[in-house]
Design a protein around this ligand. Structure first.
Ligand SMILES: [Zn+2]
Length: 262
């Protein structure tokens, strides 16, 4: 699959920065097709090794900005799926138009649900989305990463850590929830690993621990990582909460750095 990717490299200096501590970022763009649509896998990279962050939803730009700020400080890279600026990806196959959520494409059950829910399911569309998901995972070089770190933004009063507390909609998906008094539950970490949950909670950040055995198979990257035993962290914040999301990513880098040393 990867050999079929046409690699176009566009290198530009996104931010040279005037401070010595700010690292320059280069941008590389790799187009990946699904049906008649094109999705660009954009990599923002520094020349310093560090963590890899991935953004799957093209309309959640605060999180990408926050991650770019972090890699300027600490090195690493950010991978972003770019297409229309929308959350979902639309493509044509034959005479039909299909829509799917790129964070619901990592399991067969998830692809079926997202195609059914947003357009309609056909075996051909299912195969196309699964092939696209595998190509994204291959590009992402998942086995080489110590943890999957995803970036998301939500809107006020919509999705938040409150959805996982006792009696709420996603209670069954969570093994533990921590919401610090006086904080905004829209800003929280969603993780698959108990040690990471405890470390982030100890730093005073809101956190939800996925119940990897019971979580609904919705095809999201967290469910895939839960099934595969891969440590996964989603740093999720409300749209526009740039400073809080930067603080979350700084704390996460510290926690992962400490974890590596132990
Ligand atoms: Zn998202």
């Amino acid at each position: 699959m990867m050999r079929r990717l046409l690699l176009v490299v566009v290198v530009m200096v996104v931010a040279a920065g005037c401070q010595k501590s700010r690292r320059a970022i280069t941008e590389t763009r790799t187009p990946l097709s699904i049906g008649d649509a094109q999705v660009d896998l954009v990599v923002y990279a520094t020349d310093t090794p560090g963590l890899t962050y991935i953004s799957l939803h093209d309309n959640e730009q605060t999180s990408v900005e926050a991650a770019l700020a972090i890699i300027r400080q600490r090195g690493g890279r950010v991978i972003e799926l770019q297409h229309t600026g929308e959350r979902n990806i639309t493509f044509s196959l034959g005479d039909s138009i299909y829509v799917f959520d790129p964070n619901r494409m990592f399991t067969d059950a998830g692809v079926q649900r997202t195609l059914d829910g947003l357009s309609r399911f056909t075996p051909d569309a299912h195969a196309a989305v699964r092939a696209f998901a595998e190509a994204v995972l291959a590009f992402y070089e998942l086995p080489t990463l110590e943890a999957v770190i995803t970036l998301h933004n939500n809107t006020e009063d919509n999705y938040s850590a409150l959805r996982y507390v006792a009696g709420a909609e996603y209670e069954q998906d969570a093994a533990a929830v921590f919401i610090r008094e006086g904080t905004d539950p829209d800003d929280f970490f969603f993780v698959t690993d108990t040690a990471l949950f405890e470390a982030l909670r100890a730093e005073g950040f809101n956190a939800v621990l996925q119940d990897n055995a019971q979580a609904t198979d919705d095809g999201s990257l967290s469910v895939y990582c839960g099934q595969e035993g891969i440590p996964y962290i989603n740093a999720e914040a409300q749209h526009g909460h740039l400073e809080p999301q930067i603080r979350m990513l700084q704390a996460l880098a510290d926690v992962l750095g400490l974890k590596r040393e132990t």
